[in-house]
Design a protein around this ligand. Sequence first.
Ligand code: HEM
Length: 434
Amino acid sequence: MIPGGPTAMTPPPSVPLAYLAAAAIGLFGFGFVAWFAGDKLVTVPNHPAAVSAVHMGVLAFLSVAVLGALHQFGPVVSNKRLRSVMAGRFTMVAMVAAGWLLPNGFAHGPEWMILAGGVSGAAAALVAAWNLSGPLSSRTGGVPILGLRISVTYLVLTVAFGVVYVLNRQAAWFPLLPNRVLAHAHLGLLGWLGLTYVSVAEKLWPMFLLAHRPGARSGKVAVVALGSGTLPLALGLLFSVAWLAMVGGALALVGLGAHLVSLASSVKHRRRPLEMLHAYLAASTLYLVIGIGFGVAAGFADVDTGTRMILVGVEVGALIAWLSLAVAGHAHKIVPFIQYTMLRSRGVDRHPSGRPLLFGDLYRKAPARATLVLLTVGFGLILAGMLTGSVPLAAFGGGSLGISGIVIGLNLAFGPRLAAGGPTPEPATAGRQA
Ligand code: HEM
């Protein structure tokens, strides 16, 4: 069995592949919105244009990709089907709608567009939680399943939080707390996206490296500490309760530290050589360390409010970079796994040269490397632009991310066509959930 690859329990390949294709378009949109918001990103990171760019990244790109991966991964790891394939397709449409409506609404209105995006995001999160509760209720699956139960709860919390203050923008029920954005951002980035990645990595890393680790305690610590620390961190930030934020922050740091120990242990005990995925992971890890550093600095440095805002902005940007590089790197594994099984079920098992078809035939290496460079450099330029106040750096960074979305989308979409030497076959559904 290939975790991430199709089994009798997984939905039709068109489900995860549609999410991942939409996520590549989301990455393209994220980059170009960041390009045009470059002047705001470097001067006022909480300007509506910057909030718009951030939501293209976290919703249209990352949440769509991560939800797609979960609709595949959950059934594979738990050996239990989704509650409904149709609901899986609905979640994709609703999250993509939220991912494009909200940012457009933030950037230029009208206000109803923000509300529509919020409602659509809430529908996506609730339906996903119900649908994934089938596989995630499994008693097997261990630490990854435990982590995913918590992370999907954080998705619902993040979206609920966002929707409440979108409604409050219109109704003004209560005065907005000054640190609300910090609380919402950490719930989403650490609790939802971060914890999902940390959980899934516990299955994927040992598998891709064929690593036989003596124990997986660091993985358990990562999931439990990050899962239990994010809520107190967010509440402490929201209500300005310093000790609570510090307890939550310390737990989150332990969790992220344990995640890094787990990566080091998988690499150390590997039986397969390192490959391109691990270059993605190295760049991703570098940004996680930068994000942690700037997060701690934003919490403790004795600086004025403007500087603190920049530090938080860089922390948020670096965390988005951590997750984006991880998602793009793993997409070069997961998408070919799914496509490979589709091709085999259509009777295509040979490369045009005549030799047996391999997973690695299903994408081109040069564009995959180009995607890595474009993402790493693009995020680096954005962060450098924020730190130095340089608009051109941030704008070029955004452009680089946008191009990476085009490159990865085309590379993974056309790979099977090129490898099989003909048109991409129809998805196979026999033996799978209808
Ligand atoms: C439908 C779902 C969502 C809604 C309605 C929503 C709404 C909002 C709103 C209204 C703000 C601006 C707050 C203000 O300035 O007063 C905001 C900021 C933010 N949100 Fe969301 N959000 C949603 C989902 C998410 C998710 C899933 C994440 C992360 C994974 C996220 C991360 C952030 C971040 C990082 C900021 C700060 C951006 C900045 O200051 O530049 N949001 N959100």
